[in-house]
Write a protein that binds this ligand. Structure first.
Ligand code: FAD
Length: 655
């Protein structure tokens, strides 16, 4: 093999969305030489698509808000499965992260008296989402990019080189996290910890050129997994790469059964099915109706939320004007509840012509207010569906949106479990949102834990007495793995190579139909069998041509990741015999208190085996049950005992 380019950095951040950029800023500000690498153009990450806002208890619109209320809402939304320390840190630090964005140049919408405006969202007790119209993610990314450029300008002055301490590698993909063999150069306790991270194996998407970024710390900030499902709001980048990279490096994934189906995606025309209709539409007064014109959400308020939501339309409507003396309408229940309700209405034959329900904001606000508060939604429907949302209802239905499951991390440091030098933040990390994420809590999560990941990654790298050695054999193995799709037609059985696009379509259909919003044991077992077959066929995924400009090759490599992650989702979903948050079992419809403290961890069944060579019939993922740490007493004291009784297991209550 020809010699690869190898560059040395202190911290490599994989992903340039909100989490990755915030991590990179933190690491660079600590003095670490930091590289950021991303699949798309700099600034085009998925975060840019975020619409509704960022949740932080600044109390600008209702002074009753504070971090304790935000913490409570987050735990309730996650049905108490959240890694509670993460939920605590997130609620405490989110306001500072929003203020910090303003000091870096962001400009949020204002209240009449000039404060940062905050809007209502499902599951949040008070108006809490700071926003910029319905284009909040764009402002967030623009601001973080600007901050990165300003740090690079400082470096130019100091070192004569913009990229001396912070460099972005755009349109490049990481296919492996590299590790050294541990003890050979151990100099401190951290060095002696076993197999440590030593860098990342990467390729340029345009040229296909391989290169290695050597670094003792790698932060995974690669976002979600939605492209494994057919109907999704997610962009092309969401192929579960970071989840798979962590698994392959030896870090477990936590609670992968929890996948959020956002209640409101577009359903028509077919080419745009799944594109998100922001929750702000409901937050700003939009109502859901079935084909009979009924506001059906009043029929779907679950027992645990009965006291907190309006029981009549009149009360729900009054809440928009007088939230202190009325309860909120059930359109603002957490997303899992609304998605299930829509699913039930459609199944009962009360859906809209194209298989959704109606979401109407036209009868609730004047046209010019709709155009001002929801500009993207107005244009999206006008241009993609020829629907004028200021005059008529939208048709909407559930769409795969977010994965709550993710890399198992330490709450304070974002360090991945069991792999020294590996960190994770943002959607790729698990734990923060429990079984269901509240809207707006992702953007704040990215900033709070992106910053923490960057800080601790830099600290870890600085604390080592010797750099980990990048192993030549591992580089060669990573290169061989990446090149395999070009030699697929020489397979031993002589069969024609598999088309990666066909495999991807079959995977998406399988996950949509068999491990989707409502799950059943038999269907998930079928899904696992199908995933095994797809894995066997993916070994022979072949591409023609060269490494230059070859999207089929990129997809062949992404398939490894999507198949691994999909198996985690299906296995964990089959194992959890209850319904909770983003995991609904038709055969086990109740939420069980005994399951509350149980986390399901996924690991590679045979870590030393090449995942593309493992036996397709046998599982490649092993499941482990791990009980959560008991919730700290002062945090439990924030809830009424009557509420805790609905969630906590008997022995937890007793303690
Ligand atoms: P991303 O922003 O997706 O960034 C991932 C990065 O990783 C990208 O740069 C990608 O190129 C890179 N990457 C991936 N794999 C690799 C690889 N193998 N090698 C190199 N680079 C790689 N949340 C809210 O809180 N509020 C909202 O209003 C909101 N609105 C949303 C609207 C839409 C339409 C969608 C889809 C989501 C919304 N969310 C919202 C969720 C939120 O946007 C995401 O959860 C969040 O942006 C994820 O950020 P991230 O930094 O973790 O990942």
């Amino acid at each position: 093999m020809t010699q690869l380019e190898r560059q040395q950095w202190d911290v490599v951040v994989v992903g340039a969305g909100g989490a990755g950029l915030r991590a990179a800023i933190a690491a660079r500000e600590q003095g670490a030489r930091t590289a950021v690498i991303c699949k798309s153009l700099f600034g085009k990450a998925h975060t840019v698509m975020a619409e509704g806002g960022i949740a932080a208890s600044m109390g600008n619109v209702n002074s009753g808000d504070n971090w304790q209320v935000h913490f409570r809402d987050t735990m309730r939304g996650g049905k108490f499965l959240n890694q509670w320390r993460m939920a605590e840190l997130h609620a405490q630090e989110a306001p500072d992260r929003v203020w910090e964005l303003e000091t870096w140049g962001a400009l949020f919408d204002r209240t009449a008296d000039g404060k940062i405006s905050q809007r209502n969202f499902g599951g949040h007790e008070y108006p809490r989402l700071a926003h910029v119209g319905d284009r909040t993610g764009l402002e967030l990314i623009r601001t973080l990019q600007q901050k990165i450029v300003s740090l690079q300008q400082q470096d130019k002055e100091e070192y004569g080189d913009y990229e001396a301490r912070l460099k972005v590698f755009q349109e490049c993909t990481v296919t492996r996290v590299l590790k050294d063999h541990g003890s050979d150069n151990a100099g401190s306790a951290a060095d002696a910890d076993g197999e440590r991270v030593s860098g990342a194996f990467c390729y340029e998407r345009e040229s296909g050129r391989f290169f290695v970024l050597e670094a003792p710390s790698v932060v995974l900030a690669t976002g979600g997994i939605g492209k494994s499902f057919k109907v999704t709001s997610n962009s092309w980048e969401y192929t579960g790469d970071g989840h798979a990279l962590a698994l392959l490096a030896g870090a477990p994934l936590r609670n992968m059964e929890f996948v959020q189906f956002h209640p409101t995606g577009m359903v028509w025309p077919p080419s745009v099915k799944g594109i998100l209709v922001t929750e702000s539409v409901r937050g700003d007064g939009g109502v859901l109706r079935n084909s009979e014109g009924k506001r059906f959400m009043f029929d779907y308020i679950p027992e645990v939320f009965k006291e907190k939501y309006a029981q009549t339309e009149e009360e729900g409507d009054r809440w928009y004007e007088d939230p202190d003396h009325n309860r909120r309408p059930p359109e603002l229940l957490p997303r899992d509840e609304v998605a299930r309700a829509i699913n039930s209405e459609v199944k009962a034959g009360r859906g809209s012509p194209h298989g959704g329900v109606f979401l109407d904001v036209s009868t609730r606000m004047p046209a010019e207010v709709i155009r001002r508060r929801l500009p993207s939604m107005y244009h999206q429907f006008k241009e993609l569906a020829d629907v004028d949302i200021t005059a008529e209802a939208m048709e909407v239905g559930p769409t795969c949106h977010y994965v709550m499951g993710g890399i198992s991390v330490d709450s304070d440091t974002a360090a991945a479990t069991g792999v020294p030098g590996l960190f994770a933040a943002g959607e790729v990390a698990g734990g923060m949102h429990g079984s269901n994420r509240l809207g707006g809590n992702s953007l704040s999560d990215l900033l709070v834990f992106g910053r923490r990941a960057g800080l601790h990654a830099a600290e870890y790298a600085a604390g080592l007495t010797a750099r980990p050695i990048v192993d030549d054999d591992r580089i060669a193995a990573a290169a061989a793995e990446a090149l395999r799709p070009f030699s697929a037609d020489t397979a031993a059985d002589g069969a024609a190579p598999e088309n990666p696009y066909t495999l991807h379509q079959e995977l998406q259909q399988t996950m949509n139909d068999l491990v989707g919003i409502i799950r059943r044991e038999g269907e998930m077992a079928r899904a696992l069998k199908k995933l095994g077959e797809l894995r066997a066929r993916a070994r022979r995924a072949g591409v023609e041509g060269h490494r230059q400009f070859n999207p089929g090759w990129h997809l062949s490599l992404d398939l490894r990741n999507m198949l691994l992650v999909s198996e985690c989702v299906a296995r964990a979903a089959l194992e959890r015999t209850e319904s909770r948050g983003g995991h609904t079992r038709e055969d086990f419809p109740a939420m069980e208190r005994t399951w509350r403290p149980v986390n399901l961890l996924c690991r590679l069944a045979n870590p030393s085996a090449d995942p593309q060579e493992t036996d397709p019939v046998r599982a490649q993922i092993a499941l482990e049950r791990v009980v959560t740490d008991p919730i700290r007493h002062d945090l439990l004291a924030l809830f009424e005992k009557e509420e805790l009784v609905k969630y906590l297991a008997e022995e937890e209550l007793y303690e």
